[in-house]
Design a protein. Structure first.
Length: 116
């Protein structure tokens, strides 16, 4: 089992920045990919960014050039640096960890609100 705890969400004005963190505990040796997903009200959960154990990354087109995912394997933590935030980035952001056989674990989510 893997436990994930997200932090760093909040209220920010358009154009501002936030950094989300996701700390993993438990069977962390089994984690292969970690990522961030988001779900806005009335919409399906969508991929934001993922990073593999080796550091390969993939981003949703809507966040390319604005968001950066990174991973500190020594701290078992993944980060999402979000810059130039837009109102449409408002959502609950979830951390996800996947092991080598495809089992997935989710965090409880953290709210990000971009508004004046």
């Amino acid at each position: 089992q893997v436990q994930l705890v997200e932090s760093g969400g909040g209220l920010v004005q358009p154009g501002g920045s936030l950094r989300l963190s996701c700390a993993a505990s438990g069977s962390i040796f089994s984690i292969y990919t970690m990522g961030w997903y988001r779900q806005a009200p009335g919409k399906q959960r969508e991929l934001v960014a993922v990073i593999t154990r080796g550091g390969s990354t993939n981003y949703a087109d809507s966040v390319k050039g604005r968001f950066t995912i990174s991973r500190d394997n020594a701290k078992n933590t993944v980060y999402l640096q979000m810059n130039s935030l837009k109102p449409e980035d408002t959502a609950v952001y979830y951390c996800k960890a996947t092991n080598a056989i495809g089992a997935a674990y989710w965090g409880q989510g953290t709210q990000v609100t971009v508004s004046t």
